[in-house]
Structures are given as C-alpha cells and as structure tokens.
Design a protein around this ligand. Sequence first.
Ligand code: SAH
Length: 218
Amino acid sequence: MNFEKSRTEMVFQLRKLGIIQTDAVADAMLTIPRHFFIPHSHQNQAYQDHPISIGHGQTISAPHMNAMMCEHLDVHPGMQILEIGTGSGYHTALLRHLVGPSGKIFSIERILSLAENAQKIFKALKFNNISVIVDDGTIGCQEHAPYDRILVTAVGPTIPQPFIDQLSEENGKICIPVGDRNCDQILWLGNKRGDHFHKSRICGVRFVPLIGKYGFEK
Ligand code: SAH
C-alpha cells in the first residue's frame, strides 16, 4: 500500500470539493501520516473519506470532517489550543502542525488507553508541545486558560459553560457539535470578543457522545 500516494489523492479530492480551502490545512493533511493513527486491521482504509473504529466504541472522524473543522477554527502558528476528545490523536496532530513548534496543544481524553496510544504516536513524530490529559474534558482545563481556540470532537447536549469561560476574549474561536446522543446534531462555530459570545451554525453532523459533568451521562 502506497500511503503517501493515497494521502496526496485524499487532499486533492478534499481541495476539489472545496472542503480544504487553505494551503495551511492542505499542508497539514499532506504531512501528518493519518495511517499511524488507525488500528492495523483498518490501515488500508486510512485515506478513505469515512470514520473508522478505534476501539472502545469510539471513532476517528472522516477526513472531510477533520478538514472542515480545521478550516473553520482558523488556526495560526503560535496559538494555544484546547482539544476535547483526543481519540486516535490524528486531529491533535493536525492542530500541532498548524500551530507549529511555538504553539501549545492541551488535549483531554477520558479513555486512558486511547490517550496512551496517542501519546506514543506524538512521541514518534517528535511532537513535544502536545500535553495529553486523562480526565473529564467537559470541565475544560482552567489551569492553562485562556485558549485561542477550542476544538471539541464529541457531541454534547449544550456548549459547556467552562469552554466559553476559558476561551480567549480576543477573537477566541470554538468548534463544537451540539445535539442529541445519536441524531440531530449541529456543528457550531463560536466566537468570543470581550464578554460577547456569538455562535453560527456550520452544518449537520454525526459524532460520538461527550460524556461527563457538562455532557451526557455514561
Ligand atoms: N478527534 C478524535 C475523535 C475521537 S472520537 C480523532 O480524530 O480520533 C471522540 C473522543 O472523545 C473519544 O475518544 C471519547 O472517548 C472522547 N470523549 C468523550 N467524552 C469525553 C470527555 N468528557 N472528556 C474527554 N474526552 C471525551
């Protein structure tokens, strides 16, 4: 299997569809080896545009969803980002590419073995400015707030208040799916300026549930 060729083709298609719009996101998706983050049994599907099971009832999002969220979040070098739902770690790695070596990523995952697996891959890729935290991410991470960007890759019933509180007042942006556990989910882009928070609808989506204090019950 020629992973590099498949990766180039994936990015070409996502650009053609208008989902990848910037060189920065194209470059991130061309650079990060998505197959590293996929279980061996499914690695031949790594560059196909659909979600894949990563165990524990969780999934790595489809590449078009990774791309769309990165584009809307508008990530720049040097930013500090909070991610909720490390999962496979693929999206975390894309964010790391976008913020570069001078940025900082805090990524929270509630399932220990997923967090450990992602950490191993970050180490192999020599990404030393990603901190993976094993906890309930719905309370955010006050210790390192404020964040320039917050990415949430699991669906909650509402936008947890701690995320809004911990977002930077200087054009902070959050991308988060909100809705029911299994259907009727909307992806939102939230923007904070001063104490004003405004959200706009991106599209309908399908994510696994955000489980925790400000999310769904287990
Ligand atoms: N971005 C990931 C998507 C993983 S699926 C990827 O590209 O692979 C969503 C993840 O959110 C799952 O791993 C799930 O365990 C995690 N999750 C759900 N509720 C959470 C919570 N309250 N805190 C942290 N992680 C949570």
